[in-house]
Ligand binder design. Structure first.
Ligand SMILES: Nc1ncnc2c1ncn2[C@@H]1O[C@H](COP(=O)(O)OP(=O)(O)OP(=O)(O)O)[C@@H](O)[C@H]1O
Ligand SMILES: C[C@H](N)[C@@H](CCCCCC(=O)O)NC(=O)O
Ligand SMILES: [Mg+2]
Length: 274
């Protein structure tokens, strides 16, 4: 059974939360469908589709619904989930700044209790809710509230996305330390090459070695699992449906071969749905 929900945060904005979340959603949904099809074939029943994964971006800033650069758009097309873009993002603001500020600039301040109620309602629906924050854990979200407060209020464990290169060790250890101080469970870290600028560059032996060394230091000094290291693999925001499907296939294959997925499953505490 997948966990009820996971909060995907990052060591910074632009580290690849959206890209990794979209790929994870596509992969976990496919694995859920494959498992169900196998069980149903074994029981001689017809296969039926179910939502094993759902996506939520509580607040996006620097975006407009329907624009290919919006996180909601990239989450939808990158995952291929059967959701509507407007259902993925609860609030969308134009200003490319922290949600608290973007909402104020739009004259529509965010109410933390409404965000929590929205999250609780979504968690009650079937499937694992993958929640993408904006920026990192301490980004201002609502009056007196930061991104970490939403994860804490919803009792969601964290997945931390971080860069692969120099500087990531400090940023990641700071994020882990703050999360634990705030009482948040950290499932693990994924190092994602969001900066190389070319597929080949990320395969350079020195870059690969640095990512591996960084992963080791993060595990040793942060006492936290690094679940995988993902290479540079650019999306094409302007792709058509077939283009997105082809990208998903490549990106999910990369995630499946590079990331330990065990921590996303909870065999003990979940109610049985099948
Ligand atoms: N593995 C990767 N290969 C190539 N490009 C990547 C990769 N990961 C991320 N990118 C690109 O880097 C940019 C930043 O990534 P992304 O938007 O996913 O970051 P984010 O952490 O979600 O940021 P935000 O805080 O704005 O939500 C995007 O243009 C994205 O397509
Ligand atoms: C505009 C960015 N892309 C992002 C908000 C990042 C806020 C970062 C604030 C900070 O840490 O200085 N918005 C979002 O993820 O919807
Ligand atoms: Mg994002």
């Amino acid at each position: 059974m997948l966990r009820e929900g996971i909060f995907i945060t990052g060591t910074d904005t632009g580290v690849g939360k959206t890209q990794v979340t979209a790929g994870l959603a596509a992969l976990l949904q496919r694995l859920g469908e494959q498992g169900a099809a196998q069980r149903e074939a074994a029981q001689g029943e017809a296969a039926h589709s179910e939502a094993y994964v759902r996506l939520w971006k509580p607040v996006q800033s620097g975006a407009a619904l329907g624009l290919p650069t919006a996180d909601s758009y990239r989450l939808l097309h990158g995952s291929g989930l059967a959701m509507r873009e407007a259902d993925i993002a609860s609030h969308t603001f134009a200003a490319p700044v922290a949600p608290w500020l973007a909402a104020r600039a739009a004259g529509a301040p965010l109410q933390f209790r409404d965000l929590v109620a929205d999250g609780k309602r979504r968690l009650q629906q079937s499937g694992c809710l993958l929640v993408e924050g904006a920026g990192g854990l301490l980004v201002p979200l609502a009056e007196g509230k930061r991104m970490a407060d939403l994860a804490a209020e919803l009792s969601l464990p964290l997945l931390i996305i971080a860069r692969t290169g120099l500087g990531t060790v400090n940023h990641t250890l700071l994020t882990v330390a703050y999360a634990r101080q705030a009482g948040l469970e950290v499932l693990g870290v994924i190092l994602n090459d969001s900066q190389s600028g070319s597929f080949e560059l990320s395969r350079l032996p020195e870059a690969v070695q640095m990512a591996k060394d960084n992963a080791q230091m993060i595990e040793q000094f942060g006492d936290v699992p690094v679940l995988g290291i993902l290479p540079w693999m650019a999306e094409d925001e302007h792709a058509d449906a077939a283009g997105w499907a082809a990208w998903r296939e490549q990106w999910t294959a990369e995630i499946e071969s590079s990331v330990h997925l065990n921590v996303f499953y909870d065999l003990k505490n979940r109610r049985q749905r099948q």
